[in-house]
Design a binder for this molecule. Sequence first.
Ligand code: NI
Length: 165
Amino acid sequence: MAVLKVVKYPDQVLQTKAKDVKQITEEDRRLVRDMIETMHAEEGVGLAANQVGALKRIFVASADQVKGRELVYLNPRIIKKQGTVKEFEGCLSIPEFYEPVRSAKKIWMKAMTLEGRTEEVKAEGLLSRIFQHEIDHLNGILFVDRLGIFKSKFAKKKLAKKLSR
Ligand code: NI
């Protein structure tokens, strides 16, 4: 296992849509193990494959940050949403940057497990927020794109300033 380098904004790989996993290979399993180790090393609650430079629709999550209890999903798709919440979000690819983001309160997701089973998962609270954030990553969307047009522009300007320092 290895801790991988987390790609940082504004890298293009974070703004590119990842591809479905058709058949789970040993390489994918290794990638998942490394993503889990990287997520814990960075003290994150979720990590999408784009963030370690792999354009595959895979994400890992750990709402309670307990080792051995991570969730792994491939080819996730939100099939239903309910309610709205607005809470502060951050991202390992955009260090030290937090903004309130609006997202669905409850979601129903269809995804594949690492064993190749298709599951329907219902999530609320932090887990729902993590799932939506990671699925956004897989679609090339960052939380700074979710702030509304004016705030997004402002946030990106602020980020560019920070990056140029
Ligand atoms: Ni993120």
